[in-house]
Design a protein around this ligand. Structure first.
Ligand code: BG6
Length: 300
């Protein structure tokens, strides 16, 4: 695999043609190319200069999802926490191949990124004073992109966190897309004051603003984003230790209202399917570690 590092952007590619790009700002994956096509959506108006979280790709949400609750250790943090607006360090690349097989076809590359308490801005260090260490691993294989996060408590106090991989999938046309794997699951509808509902659709179409937190899913059961034309998955997402999935599309008005979202009609070309642990809190005791991740398979 080849690697390039330029202007805070790490790019790796496989001899079989796939590539991945990660900005050190937020350790945000901003490009994943497979089958000769871009798999992730990035807004044309996304800020790539570190002035604002990147609108698109895979921003990482940590240690709080959404607006922080009152009277909680995260209360003074921005929406979705600080991981997506902090400068991470590149820890290095590793590659592997399966011996005895066609080594080119089985080659994978893994990029590791780190963030710890001492790397945060003073403001974030003060508002969330815990000694933590994050290692975020982005692994590219021939047909998947895997992202995994390890959270370590390096201090003496317990802390609570939520985490989410806010993946913007690139799609040709939202009207052709269905989301499968959610039927009979309970979700909170953030467009309806966070009220609780049960999903009745086996193949959910997106026809309006959608902002739902599906809870207590089996991470091993894939969430499939399928094409209505042939019912085949465009993307298939399996998770580890991440039992919630957020499905988000801002639709027309919200898309227009976001200064960094563009063009306005691009809401038709994206769907966020976000693997996370957000409906309760993970408690990490002093000295303990937690790990979770997702694997996205594409046929786009
Ligand atoms: C989703 C939330 O995960 O992220 C939505 O469920 C939110 O409520 C969206 O609007 C985008 O958030 P932000 O902070 O990137 O504009």
């Amino acid at each position: 695999p080849s690697l390039s590092i330029k202007d805070n952007v790490i790019e790796a590619s496989l001899p079989t043609g796939q590539s991945v790009q990660v900005h050190l700002y937020g350790a945000t994956v901003t490009s994943w190319k497979a089958n000769g096509k871009e798999q992730l959506f990035v807004s044309e108006k996304a800020h790539l200069d570190g002035s604002k979280p990147i609108r698109g790709g895979i921003p990482l949400v940590f240690p709080v999802f959404g607006p922080p609750p009152q009277n909680h250790a995260t209360s003074s943090l921005p929406q979705h926490g600080f991981a997506r607006n902090s400068n991470w360090e590149f820890l290095g690349k590793s590659s592997s191949d399966a011996p005895g097989k066609d080594s080119q076809a089985d080659l994978t590359v893994k990029l590791d990124f780190g963030l710890s308490h001492s790397m945060l801005t003073e403001e974030f260090r003060e508002t969330w004073p815990y000694e933590f260490g994050l290692v975020y691993s982005v692994t590219l294989t021939k047909d998947t992109l895997e992202t995994a996060l390890q959270v370590r408590n390096e201090g003496k106090q317990n802390f609570e966190f939520q985490v989410l991989m806010h993946t913007y999938l690139n799609i040709a046309d939202i009207s052709d897309v269905r989301v499968k794997g959610l039927e009979s699951k309970t979700y909170l509808d953030k467009t309806l004051q966070g009220t609780s509902h049960v999903e009745t659709s086996a193949a959910l179409p997106i026809t309006q603003e959608t902002d739902r937190v599906y809870q207590n899913l089996d991470p091993a059961v894939p969430i499939d984003v399928t094409s209505a034309k042939d019912d085949q998955p465009l993307f298939s997402i399996t998770r580890e230790a991440l039992s919630d999935v957020v499905v988000w599309n801002p639709w027309i008005e919200k898309a227009k209202g976001m200064a960094d979202f563009g063009p306005d009609e691009a809401y038709k070309n994206m769907i966020c399917v976000e693997a996370g642990s957000v409906s309760s809190w993970q408690t990490l005791e002093a000295g303990e570690a937690w790990e979770g991740g997702q694997s996205i398979k594409s046929r786009l």
